[in-house]
Design a protein around this ligand. Sequence first.
Ligand code: NAD
Length: 432
Amino acid sequence: MVFVMDHCKTGVYDNALAQIRKAYKFIEIDENTVKLLESPKEIFMASLAVRMDNGKINVFPAIRVHHNDILGPTKGGIRFHPDVHADEVKALSFWMTFKCAIANIPFGGAKGGVAVNPKSLSLRELEHVSRAYMEAMADFIGPDKDIPAPDVYTNETIMGWMMDEYNQITRKQNPAVITGKPINLGGSQGRRVATALGGYYVFRELVKELGLDKNITIAIQGFGNAGKNMAKFLHEEGYKVVAVSDSHGAAYKKDGLDITSIAKAKDARVKGMPSKISLCDHCEGATEMTNDTLLELDVDVLIPAALENQITKENANNIKAKMIIELANGPTTKEADEILKKKGVTVVPDILANSGGVIVSYFEWVQNKYGMYWTEDDVFKKLEEKMMTSFSQVFHSMKKHKVSMRTAAYLVGLKRIKEAIEAKGGHEWLSK
Ligand code: NAD
């Protein structure tokens, strides 16, 4: 078997570095800090040997990256996807470092993944892959060391299995070792919808700033935890979601889709498994199209909520939306970013737009450590406060430096990280 993790290059990490390099010239930052931020602290790789239902053993490459822990224990999701590789996970961990810094929560950045197609597994096999991941990575994970959470094709059931595995290994109850777990195992109220709700708060503020009204049209790529819940919030608030998509394809309806019934159909699945249902089969009166066509629709707002590298130099010129809310991590390449800027498209960057997930994960960790649990109303109120603070700091930085919202967001995060690195003792100490 080829161990794909270590030599595949997707350009995603280069993309992440290109983003932060635009921010350096607006802030006094020394070369040592730059070196620390541009290199992940630790990378762990493993081959997960799992006995399949047919009795044979399959081996799945797995990875966990700790990017930077200056602000606290590292935090980041675990992705199960056939295309997972080191370059991508490094970038995702890098974005987590900045996301936590912008949200001003005491975590560093991490990410993990397994190169596996979970849709091809039985529920038993999925549980074994999940437990094998925790068994392989348990030494590098812990409530005060590195705290995983769900990401693409992982979910609260998987987080529950992983927490149980960790507890068996350590012979202790450690609810704070993982977030996004089931509520009856110590999960937080509101975590399920937190990424989308945080994105919705940012959308709401930006709509106000740009003076847009309720008649705007919205297209969403990806209909999982992030995309589906965002579609639901927008639909409930009376906005017109005209297009949605999943890995099978996209559906478009000029007058707006019935998001409630599409979501209901998509959710009819085996608990714990990713949905294999195609949403196109449940969009009455809609036109079917490809994911690529959805991105280029004549809409006001585009919300990528699936994978990286979706808006590229090939299609950026054809994007018609005036506003892009990046619920997915890394959906826009560096070349596309430049094209969108020239076109005057407002892009709300991933490190701000999707930070609601890690914010409520932080709340879950706090509740686990404290042993006291909050109501959903408490969680939403605290999330709204945090999102509004981050949004206004980024917006202020954008106006002050006359930069894109992405560079402005990096500047907010970079300031906190740099000050923490310097507070631990920096170059001035050596030069004295
Ligand atoms: P998910 O597994 O719940 O859903 C993924 C969705 O993307 C599914 O609808 C799937 O059909 C669709 N998809 C997969 N491949 C696709 C393709 N090639 N084209 C179009 N759609 C495709 O995952 P999620 O948690 O919603 O994550 C989506 C994005 O949001 C990822 O970039 C993730 O890193 C980011 N994110 C998620 C969270 C969270 O809390 N879940 C937090 C922050 C960021």
